[in-house]
Write a protein that binds this ligand. Structure first.
Ligand SMILES: *[C@@H]1O[C@H](CO)[C@@H](O)[C@H](O)[C@H]1NC(C)=O
Ligand SMILES: *[C@@H]1O[C@H](CO)[C@@H](O)[C@H](O)[C@H]1NC(C)=O
Ligand SMILES: *[C@@H]1O[C@H](CO)[C@@H](O)[C@H](O)[C@H]1NC(C)=O
Ligand SMILES: *[C@@H]1O[C@H](CO)[C@@H](O)[C@H](O)[C@H]1NC(C)=O
Length: 482
């Protein structure tokens, strides 16, 4: 059966390529990026009247989830190869291997995660979870609720992780690509749970796109077009405001579920797994409920309250020089900066990571600091970048580095403001994440760099903005606290 599915799948791909000769080896040498995956999808779609989007995702599912009873419970057998499309088949093991590597999720060895690709926004996505959501959405008729949408994409993974990793980490971790311009190997930054960040990202995207496709039938649109839009692979900066796009996945997902809804979904998935004989009977319902409740709380904190923080390895940070000093937590102050140089806001992962590297070089080589000075840096690409992080003393606000975190917005904000979205990320998500985790006191206060040091930083316009933030304190009040 396995061989049969693989065969069918390869034939499906290749029958659309063979008219111009097979150049799939070119595809197989591509980086493991979302862009490459979209190219593969385009190849499968072919030109003109290619297979329907549903046929495409079903075939990919045949590779990603062979013989998975839970998946088949909701979606049925993977589509048999549609008759009539089977002309001039050509066996090409190279492309088939590449597709396996991209869509079939597994942990190899201690920490290598496969079945994941790097998005152009710098986050990593498990394609299998994404594809299940899309398939569920395409199957649902207009106006119907999408059967199994959450179970397939995210709730099963969470449930199994909560059950089976009780003593260790139950969520994450994130990881690092070997090379972000040409990603091939993704290495997790800690012991793997059954709900890695990539699985959660893919699951959230699957829910969002599945819901979207169930109400916006594809008609003439191709799947590759939908993916290209969602993953922001069009030129131009990110749009403002809520939008169905990958860098807003947490905001969009938060609009759909809360902790109690998610808890029911996870319990429901576990019950289905048990009925299918795919999970042990855990016995006491009350105990199970507690485990799931605790797990969901951690999920909500990690993925819905906290912002995405792009880790140092992803922006290509050099190592810290010397030994970092641990902060004595929690801290009570957040100091706002602008970078001034770079002057332009960064609007993409590529630009923001280049800016991070440039600032670190300047701070280390010219200023002779141990590392980039800031604790965190906010891009205008929808993400926050890790500088020294929550645990380590920074070099941002002379005389105050042990008392507060230094947060810098990339750009010069003398006359204009950062993107509204990045202001919100810092003011709402980053701050509440720090408070929840116990790194920041609940009564912490915001200050501009200029209140503590003789400088114009963070720029007149940005300073005026933060003066309106709820926990902002004036210079006098700040001085009194010291
Ligand atoms: C990443 O890959 C690109 C393209 O192959 C290459 O030019 C670059 O040197 C690589 N970067 C690192 C850090 O290895
Ligand atoms: C969670 O959402 C559900 C449905 O949208 C709602 O009925 C419930 O009150 C919400 N619970 C909380 C704690 O906000
Ligand atoms: C802030 O809260 C902490 C306890 O979390 C308390 O010790 C401290 O006095 C408070 N500071 C101010 C200025 O209210
Ligand atoms: C602040 O800096 C400006 C220019 O850098 C300088 O002219 C001024 O005297 C400084 N003020 C104080 C109080 O040091």
């Amino acid at each position: 059966l396995v061989l049969c599915l693989v065969l069918r799948f390869s034939i499906l791909i290749l029958c659309f390529t063979s008219s111009r000769g097979c150049s799939s080896d070119v595809l197989a040498d591509l980086p493991l990026s979302m862009e490459s995956f979209i190219k593969v999808v385009q190849r499968i779609e072919g030109r003109g009247l290619g297979p329907s989007p549903l046929t495409v995702v079903r075939s990919l599912r045949g590779v990603a989830y062979e013989g998975d009873a839970f998946v088949e419970h909701f979606l049925g057998d993977p589509d048999p190869f549609p008759s009539g499309e089977n002309e001039a088949p050509m066996w090409d093991p190279t492309l088939s291997e590449f597709i396996h590597l991209m869509v079939r999720h597994r942990i190899v060895g201690q920490a290598r995660e496969e079945g994941v690709v790097l998005g152009s926004d710098g986050t990593t996505v498990a394609l299998g979870s994404l594809l299940l959501g899309i398939e569920a959405g395409l199957v649902a008729g207009a106006g119907e609720s999408v059967s199994g949408l959450y179970s397939l994409t995210i709730a099963r993974n969470l449930g199994l992780s909560f059950l089976h990793s009780q003593d260790s980490q139950i969520l994450g971790p994130d990881g690092c690509w070997d090379n972000v311009t040409f990603p091939r190997v993704f290495t997790l930054s800690g012991p793997p749970s059954l709900a890695t960040d990539a699985l959660v990202n893919g699951g959230m995207d699957g829910v969002l796109l599945g819901k979207y496709l169930s109400t916006h039938p594809l008609h003439a649109l191709q799947l590759s077009t939908v993916l290209r839009d969602y993953y922001g692979l069009h030129p131009g900066g990110p749009p403002e405001g809520p939008h169905l796009i990958s860098f807003q996945r947490r905001d969009n997902f938060r609009r759909l579920v809360n902790g109690s809804v998610l808890q029911e979904l996870v319990l429901g998935s576990l019950a289905t797994l048990q009925r299918l004989g795919e999970a042990e009977d855990t016995g006491q319902a009350a105990a199970l409920e507690d485990v799931v409740k605790g797990g969901v709380q951690k999920f909500v904190h990690r993925y819905l309250e906290c912002p995405v923080i792009i880790p140092r390895c992803q922006w290509g940070a050099r190592p810290y020089r010397g030994s970092p000093t641990q902060l004595s937590l929690p801290l009570a102050f957040m100091y706002i900066h602008h970078t001034h140089t770079p002057r332009q806001p960064c609007l993409s992962f590529r630009q923001c990571t280049a800016d991070m590297r440039a600032m670190q070089r300047f701070h280390q080589d010219v200023r002779r600091w141990d590392d980039i000075g800031y604790s965190f840096v906010a891009g205008s690409d929808g993400y926050i970048y890790e500088g020294r992080g929550w645990q380590w003393r920074g070099a941002h606000t002379r005389g105050h580095n042990t008392r507060g975190y230094g947060i810098a917005f990339v750009g010069d904000y003398t006359a204009t403001l950062p993107a509204r979205r990045s202001l919100e990320l810092v003011r709402e998500s980053l701050a509440s994440c720090g408070v929840m985790a116990g790194w920041l006191t609940g009564n912490f206060t915001w200050h501009g760099h200029r209140q503590l040091v003789n400088t114009s930083c963070p720029g007149g316009a940005l300073y005026l903005e933060i003066e309106s933030w709820k926990q902002f304190r004036s210079r006098d009040q700040a001085a009194r606290h010291h």
